[in-house]
Design a protein around this ligand. Structure first.
Ligand SMILES: Nc1nc2c(c(=O)[nH]1)N[C@H]1C(S)=C(S)[C@@H](COP(=O)(O)OP(=O)(O)OC[C@H]3O[C@@H](n4cnc5c(N)ncnc54)[C@H](O)[C@@H]3O)O[C@H]1N2
Ligand code: MOO
Length: 402
């Protein structure tokens, strides 16, 4: 059976960065830059004051006392139209351009002003309280590289560099179809043998949080004709995801149903728990991932395979968020040949170390346990038994959308 890293590599090899689009800066947070952002101005654009006070010539000041003549004012946005000569100063405010001739700012707390006369016993080194032109970034400088998930800080940076629009990769559109005769919309009257469809809304929420545009398709019944119809519902999407009908039971029809309309299966079944019956292939050019129906397996497989694929489609340079180190909060037994993903509570010990404590029951249908889990503990195939306090690798669920 294919290992988890091999399966992920096969999936990543079959998806490609999407084309770009231009969006308003205010809509760009969370999107991925598709071109480097080059600053259109220097920041600050001129030498400016970082304090409220007086623009002075440092050489005029002396500990024995100096008396300066205030020849004007420079509020932010209104540069002083003149030069500060010997024995002169200009009233200045934070962010205002330092007038020619001045080379330091005397803060007003250290000055006594009376009419146009300013006295002080403070001395200053040239450059005091002046932010130099371009000290943050220079015009023409690359300030945001291509392939970065844009944060609110990046938005501020691009705005300061005078950009109103930004080029980002298009959001991946992902069609999600759950399959199963037992599934009804959440909130329905649930009859005997029926359950509420939790996979579609859960996966749509996860993929949306990861920057995709989910397209929720209707639930497909367990029959070949319904599955064949799927092919007609995926115009314009970038990936098709199904959940359920992946295993070997006689009603598990997804693979056979899609193969009759042209699915080329790349793999089916991998050495993973939860998630053994995972499927991957292409329907024409459309990447297809068939998730197992058990909701926890569907979620974990989405984290391990779909989110990295979306990151590649978005143009991020590192598709896989690396696992973090933690210590085990309880003993774990030897693992079998399937890579395991133990649902675990996260906390900290007295030394501040991250502690991952696996839940006692690891059933892949238990959504309440999944919702309480902060992490998945990774257990390599055939890993030896491990004790509480031993180091382990974890996927932090709150970090997988990065
Ligand atoms: N004889 C075998 N049986 C099973 C095997 C196996 O290897 N041999 N594998 C097991 C494993 S592991 C998994 S995982 C499941 C996966 O099965 P399917 O992908 O075919 O999923 P279904 O049979 O359709 O459903 C499984 C389970 O999940 C519930 N489900 C399905 N879809 C939803 C949904 N949208 N919302 C909520 N719950 C859903 C469904 O009712 C079933 O209870 O197979 C094992 N069996
Ligand atoms: O792989 Mo199944 O996901 O164990 O539940």
């Amino acid at each position: 059976m294919l290992s988890v890293p091999e399966a992920r590599k096969r999936i990543l090899d079959g998806v490609f960065p999407l084309p770009s689009e231009v969006v308003a800066l205010t809509d760009a947070c969370g999107r991925v830059s598709a071109a480097p952002v080059i600053s259109r101005l220097s920041n600050p654009p001129a030498d400016v004051s970082s304090m409220d006070g007086y623009a002075v010539r440092a050489a005029d000041l002396s500990a024995r006392g100096a008396r300066l003549s205030c020849i004007g004012a420079a509020p932010a946005g209104h540069p002083f139209d003149g030069t500060v000569g010997p024995g002169e100063c200009v009233r200045i405010f934070t962010g205002a351009v330092v007038p020619p001739g001045a080379d330091a700012v005397l803060i007003q707390e250290n000055a006594q002003a009376e009419d146009t006369s300013v006295t002080t016993t403070t001395t200053l080194a040239p450059g005091t309280y002046i932010r130099r032109r371009g000290q943050d970034f220079a015009e023409g400088q690359e300030i945001i590289p291509v392939g970065r998930r844009l944060s609110a800080r990046d938005i501020g940076l691009a705005a300061a560099a005078n950009h109103a629009w930004i080029q980002v990769t298009r959001r991946p559109r992902v069609a999600i179809a759950a399959t199963g005769d037992e599934l009804l919309l959440p909130g329905s009257g649930i009859g005997a043998g029926q359950i509420a469809n939790s996979n579609t809304p859960m996966l749509a929420a996860l993929l949306r949080a990861a920057g995709a545009d989910p397209v929720m398709l209707p639930v497909l019944r367990d029959d070949m004709a319904d599955l064949a119809m799927l092919e007609r519902m995926v115009d314009g999407v970038d990936m098709l995801v199904t959940a359920g009908g992946a295993s070997i039971g006689s009603h598990d029809l997804v693979r056979r149903g899609l193969e009759q309309v042209g699915l080329k299966t790349d793999f089916w079944k991998i050495a993973m728990r939860p998630g053994r019956p995972l499927m991957y292939g292409h329907l024409g050019r459309l990447p297809f991932i068939g998730l197992p129906g058990n909701p926890v397996a569907a979620f974990v497989c989405s984290v391990v395979f779909i989110l990295p694929a979306l990151r590649r489609m978005a143009g991020l340079t590192t598709p896989v968020v690396p696992p973090e180190r933690a210590v085990l909060g309880a003993d774990v037994p030897e693992n079998d040949r399937r890579m395991d993903h133990l649902r675990a509570r996260l906390g900290h010990d007295a030394d501040g170390r991250l502690v991952a404590t696996p839940f006692a029951v690891q059933d892949s249908a238990m959504l309440h346990v999944l919702a309480e889990s902060g992490a998945l503990i990774l257990r390599a195939p055939h890993a030896a038994p491990a004790k509480a306090g031993d180091p382990c690798d974890v996927i932090r669920i709150d970090r997988v959308m990065e």
